[in-house]
Design a binder for this molecule. Sequence first.
Ligand SMILES: Cc1cc2nc3c(=O)[nH]c(=O)nc-3n(C[C@H](O)[C@H](O)[C@H](O)COP(=O)(O)O)c2cc1C
Length: 402
Amino acid sequence: MVKGIALAKRTTDAMSKNASLNYDTRYPSIAALKQRAMRRLPNFAFDYVDGAIDDELAKRRNRQAFHEVHLTPRYLRDVSSVDTSVKIFGNEYSIGFGVSPVGLGNMMWPGAELALAKSAQAARIPYVLSTFSTTDLNLIAQQAPDVCWFQLYVPRKLEFMEDLIARVKRAGFNALVVTVDIPVGAKRNRELKNGLKLPYTLTPKMIWQSLTHPTWALTTLAHGAPDFVNVARYRSGPDEGLSEFVSNMTIPGLPLERLRRIRELWDGPLIVKGLQVEENFRQAIDCGADGVIISNHGGRQLDAAPATVDTLRSLPSDIADKITVMIDSGVRTGLDVLRARALGATAAFSGRCFFYGVGALGAPGAKQVIEIFRDEITRTLQQLGCLRFEDLDSSWLASSEG
Ligand SMILES: Cc1cc2nc3c(=O)[nH]c(=O)nc-3n(C[C@H](O)[C@H](O)[C@H](O)COP(=O)(O)O)c2cc1C
């Protein structure tokens, strides 16, 4: 009897790995991975990724706005093969979707950042490493040499900023992404309620949550507590707690002269992340930026922020002619990537999708997310009758889109 059940389970498991799909179909969507991550991670870790600011309205608005972008399919053409690739700053990527920077990544799953970087390299999609990542930037650059970009939270002290940019350059990162949408630390209620604070120490509540999630707890124990290894050297001393360090280190609002200085120091592609208003896009262009990522930080900073899709839609066309426009915040499906493309974005990114993936499945979750997106992008291009991702433009928007 027991043997029969085991055999039936093996058969079901084998069936669930659909031969034509390159991922585990028991978790066929980001929504399914999110459900599993919620069960598998202690609340404080899941909430850190999933949570947003205040009532989390901007996070919801981001999704809603994607839902409202409608595309019209074209039939009567052969779509047996489609080209999903895209060129960004002269580099070819296999799909127009990449990994947004996420700080403290290894808290969600030990080794998550390296697993994501390696999978991004294998799949050839952009991987953006956060300033507040917990894996040595040199290791990431070695393991993901063709696809690694570095995200910069600008240090207050000019000499720290210059030193960090020099290290990133020496390591061989392909692009620098300057995040400008955190002039002040956000009040995120889930984090406060869970007692998540830095230094990353376990409160009794967090210990209880960890004990009830033994796989996560044992893996974390084996790896040790994550630390901001790439910026630890800029700490003023052992007495400076990590949270003080984070707010002391970063600049409270980035003045334009700093952005100009960054442009002087960094000769590769320079991207400004977090812009939402026309005036700022024009300033970024004036400072010599090559690209922007339209982002509201996944709804984590300002609950009244417009949905990024709406910002993209209202961007004056001459801006997109002068600079590479990308987007994140709310992307959850391959269809969303195509919606963004039709609205004028070169590529789209997400932070949470990837961390739901590794939270749900550990390191293999990185590839699972990429392959779900590859499959959805491919099928949707076929469904739309668009043979090349790069050909998808506003002519595919439903006429109600204007
Ligand atoms: C847990 C978490 C940590 C983040 N840390 C950073 C960071 O260190 N630097 C940064 O520029 N953005 C950071 N972001 C924002 C993401 O880069 C990205 O803008 C956001 O995740 C997009 O929304 P989505 O995850 O809903 O797709 C973080 C987001 C999350 C969810």
